[in-house]
Design a protein around this ligand. Structure first.
Ligand code: F6P
Length: 545
């Protein structure tokens, strides 16, 4: 049983409620006018990331109370428990040690008395050897051709991290190796992924922690059939064209992939926290082992910052507490993540699993109702594209949508003044959201009175801006770890388990029950009337009846 009192009984919670009533009516214009240094004061730099959080609906008192809330929620002890390998994933009785995946050689982190760091590095070394062989052309396919195409088959955490990272780090990737990803059980995904490919030049990575996930197994079996069809059904080809990433060695062998071609990880790595594990094999193939190690070093730098920095200068803690502030005191339901870098176009999608599978919980570790709203919906698109789409609602809609802007000092693709234009836009958006445009300003500009309400920008819309020097592998690692630990901070305040995902189970079970009902002959259907009707209608569509 936890010794942390329920949220409502933590003194800082009540104090924040009273404080919210005082600060909510204050406009950011007013807060900035009262403190000309605010823009530099409410900023923090660590691990090469500059966080400007001055455009938030906060003052020093808010920050003090939020820090108190973190302390009264036992955040410090939770951090120590995670880093020391305690089984903080209590519903699955597992340690939570994605931080061990990024620990340097020589560090020591124990689970049940066993030091896991040497295991981590042994797998990284095996991955590096394999990646080098594939990238150099030493690894040959069944007919003696080198690998030109790599297809990662996986879903959720076994897909989104590699998809995002391969896109984010495309600048660093071997351009003579194409990387593709298959996740959806919709046959279109597989069919399009292999379109035009020569099986003799194609390598599949079957990535699944459990090696039982329906979608991944269906796609893996289709991939094997596709490959073997090209090799006259010679099952020996599997060894040259399939490798696996999993914690389930028995199921991998049963599939026909040799143990030597399996890269393992461990039950203390959650799917959505696994991109630094062997799940990152496709990323390593794309960018090479050295750059992959730089990515891990970036993660580690942020891990250490999170573990050691005082809360007032701790980037993930600040961001996590601000997320709680808006979700629970302003009733904000979503947070927009807006990277001003085209390479980060899949970053918001990646964050959706990281954040929402982690904080989409309604009960505390003890099974009691949380007593407050949890997990915001994270969403977003790269700027400037989003500006011509959904930003309208963020600027003038009726909902409060805190935004995280992400930008880089230097572009990887200098092209005329494109980068200055990009940066001018990200700075302008934060400014417009915070300060808006008043009716008086519009009238002074001679705007017709009938248009004044339409053209007014209320402002007072909060944002963080994250500025990094350049999108390097290390920078990406830092950014991902920043959000991982922000989620951890939110979870600690809410007292929830960020590391299980029981909410995905029911749909899986029901799909298994329905699948046999979709065969040729209609069985007796015993679902609700809506589900029964949908199944019958689908049968008619399928049969052209
Ligand atoms: O269904 C959700 C989930 O369990 C995710 O948490 C996980 O990342 C994904 O499925 C894939 O699981 P696996 O790697 O075991 O195939």
């Amino acid at each position: 049983m936890s010794t942390i009192p329920p949220l409502a009984q933590r003194p800082a919670w009540a104090a924040l409620q009273a404080h919210h009533a005082r600060i909510a009516p204050r406009h950011l214009r007013e807060l900035f006018a009262a403190d000309p240094a605010r823009g530099e004061r409410l900023a923090c730099e660590a691990a090469g990331i500059y966080l400007d959080y001055s455009k938030n609906r906060i003052d020093d008192e808010t920050l003090r109370l939020l820090r108190q809330l973190a302390e009264q929620s036992g955040l410090r002890a939770r951090i120590d428990a995670m880093f020391s390998g305690e089984k903080i994933n209590v519903t699955e009785n597992r340690a939570v040690l994605h931080v061990a995946l990024r620990a340097p050689r020589g560090a020591s982190i124990r689970v049940d008395g066993h030091d896991v760091v040497p295991d981590v590095h042994a797998v990284l070394d095996a991955m590096s050897g394999f990646a080098q062989r594939v990238r150099s052309g030493a690894w040959l396919g069944h007919t003696g051709k080198r690998v030109r195409h790599v297809i990662n088959i996986g879903i959720g955490g076994s897909d989104l991290g590699p998809v995002m990272a391969c896109e984010a780090l495309r600048h660093y990737s071997a351009r003579d190796l194409s990387l593709r990803f298959v996740s959806n059980v919709d046959g279109t995904d597989f069919t399009e992924a292999v379109h035009g490919l020569d099986p003799a030049e194609t390598l599949f990575i079957v990535a699944s922690k459990t090696f039982t996930t329906q979608e991944t197994m269906a796609n893996a079996h289709s991939a094997r059939a596709w490959a073997l069809a090209a090799f006259g059904g010679d099952a020996a080809a599997v060894a040259k064209h399939f490798v696996a990433v999993s914690t389930n060695a028995a199921a991998v062998t049963q599939f026909g992939i040799a143990a030597a071609n399996m890269f393992g990880f461990w039950d203390w790595v959650g799917g959505r926290y696994s991109m630094g594990s062997a799940i990152g094999l496709s990323t390593m193939l794309a960018i090479g082992p050295e750059a992959f190690r730089e990515l891990l070093a970036g993660f580690h730098e942020m891990d250490e910052h999170f573990r050691t920095a005082p809360f007032e200068r701790n980037l993930p803690v600040l961001m996590g507490l601000l997320a709680v502030w808006y979700a629970d005191f302003f009733g904000a339901q979503t947070i927009a993540v807006l990277p001003y870098d085209q390479y980060l176009k899949r970053f918001p999608a990646y964050l959706q699993q990281l954040t929402m599978e982690s904080t989409g919980k309604q009960v505390t570790l003890d099974g009691a109702p949380v007593g407050a709203d949890t997990g915001a919906v994270y969403w977003g698109e790269p700027g400037t594209n989003g500006q011509h789409s959904f930003y309208q609602l963020i600027h003038q809609g009726t909902r409060l949508i805190p935004c995280d802007f992400i930008a880089f000092g230097r572009t990887l693709n200098p092209l005329g003044r494109h980068h200055e234009l990009l940066l001018a836009n990200v700075f302008a958006q934060g400014e417009a959201l915070a300060f808006g445009k008043t009716p008086q300003e519009l009238r002074a500009e001679g705007v017709a009175e009938s248009l004044v309400p339409h053209r007014t920008f209320p402002g007072n819309r909060p944002s963080n801006t994250l500025l990094l020097e350049r999108l390097t592998p290390a920078a990406l690692g830092k950014l991902v770890a920043l959000y991982e630990h922000s989620v951890f901070t939110q979870g600690a305040v809410w007292g929830i388990n960020c590391f299980d995902q029981w909410g995905v189970e029911l749909g899986k079970v029901l799909a298994k029950r329905i699948e046999p009902e979709l065969g040729a002959a209609e069985p007796v259907l015993a679902h609700d009337s809506s589900t029964n009707a949908l199944i019958r209608r689908w049968r008619r569509l399928r049969d052209g009846a």
